[in-house]
Design a protein around this ligand. Sequence first.
Ligand code: TRP
Length: 457
Amino acid sequence: MAAPHCDREGFATKLGVLTATLGSAVGLGNIWKFPYMTGEHGGAAFLLIYILATLLVGLPVMISEILLGRYARSNAISTWRKVARSKAWMLVGASGVVAAFAIMAFYTDVAGWVFNYVIKASMGDLNTTDPAVAEGVFGAMVSNPWSSLAFQWGVLALVSTIIIGGVTKGIEKTTKTLMPILFVMLVVVCIRSLTLPKAGEGLAFLFSPDFSKITGEAVLMALGLAFFKLSIGMGTMMTYGSYFRQDANVPLVATRVMLADLTVSLLAGIAIFPAVFNYGFEAAAGPGLLFMTIPAVFSSMPMGQLFMVVFFVLTAIATIGAMLSLFEVPVAFFTETLKDCSRRKATILVAIGLGLCGVPATLSFGPMADVKIFGLNFFDFYDQLSSNILMPAGGLMICLFAGWLFGQEKVKECLSNNNSLHNGAVISLFLLIVRYVSPLLVLLVMLNGLGLLDLFG
Ligand code: TRP
C-alpha cells in the first residue's frame, strides 16, 4: 500500500508546518466573514459563542484531522480507506471534496472583490468616509457580472498556477514570507480605528455581550464559522496532516494555529467596528462590511491611500494561502485516485469545474439575484451548505472516528509521536473532549439550528 505515496512531498521544516497550516486557516474567514457575521448577529454574544465553539469543537476536530491524515499519509478520501474498516467512511471524505467545491465557488468570488479593490484603491476610487458612497462603489462592483466573473476566473488561474508548482515550494514560500506583514498592517489599521472619536461604541459592540440576540440559528452560524475559519471538517487539515513531519507536535501546532487565527480575527474586528460606529455604517451590512469600512478607516489617515493598497494586496495574498489549501483537497484526491492523472491535469480539471460552479455564486449579486434554492441565492446556498451542514457533519464523524473507533492507544501513540513527547495529560483531555463533548455539541447545535429540535424554547 505504501508504494504510490513514497514520493509524497512534505513540509520541509518545523516552522513550515506551522506557517503553512496557518496560511490555510487565515484568510477571508478572518478578515471578511468573521467581522460581518459578528456584525449581523449582534456582536459580543456571538463572539463568545464562536470562541466556545472553537475551543470545544474546532480545536479537537483539527487535532483529529491532522492526526488521521499524518497517520495515513494520504488524501481526504483514501485516508478513510486506510484507517477505517468500513468503506462507508469514505463518504465523509467525499462530502469533504463536495464542501471544498462549494466553498471555492463563493470564495473565489470574494477573492475577486479583494483583487478588484486593490485596483480601485490604487486609482483612488475608495477615498471616502461616506457610507452612501462606499456602499455605491461596492454595490456597483458586485452587481457587474462581467468584471466579477473576470476577476473570479483570474483568481482561479492564479491559484492553479501556484498549485502546479508543487506543495512545498508553492505553499510554504508564499505563506511564510507574507503573513507577518499582514499582521503588522492589521495592527496599523487597529491603531487608527481605535483613535477615532467614537471608537468606544465599536468596542462595546464587540466586547459587551447581549444574549437576547442569540438564536439557535446564530449558534449554528458560530459553529459553522469555527469550522470555516480553521479549515476543518472537510479534509483540508487531513490532507495537510499527510504532509506533516513525524516529529511535529500535533496538539501544540493545532493550538498555536487556533490562537493565531483567533488573534487575526479579533484584530480585524477591532479594525472594523470602531469605524462602523464612528462613520455611521451599518454593523449588520453583511458581506460588504469589510469593503466599505476599511477604506473609510484608511481614508481618514495620512498616506491612507498607500496603506489601503498595501492592505488589500496583503489580504489578497492571505486569501491565496487559504485557497491553495482548499484546492489541495480535490487535487490530491484526483492525483492519487485517478489513473495517470498528473498534478497538472488534476489542477486544470478542478479549476475548470470551479470556474463553472462559481458562475451562479458570482451572479447572485446581479442577474441571478432572484434565483433561489431552498430560499437562498447561490452564493448563500454554497456558503450555508458547506459551513452549516457539510463541515459540521464531517467534523462530527471525524470526532466519532478519532474518539471511538480509531483506538485510544493509537491516538496516544500518534499524538505523543511514539512516546517521545511527554504530553499525556493533554492527550487525556483531548480524548475526553473529542469523545463526549464535541460530538454532542455538534449534534445538538445542528439539529437545533436546522429547526429539527428546539433548545431555546
Ligand atoms: N480558513 C480559511 C479562511 O478563513 C478558508 C479555508 C481554507 C477553508 N481552507 C478551508 C475553509 C477548508 C473550510 C475548509 O479564510
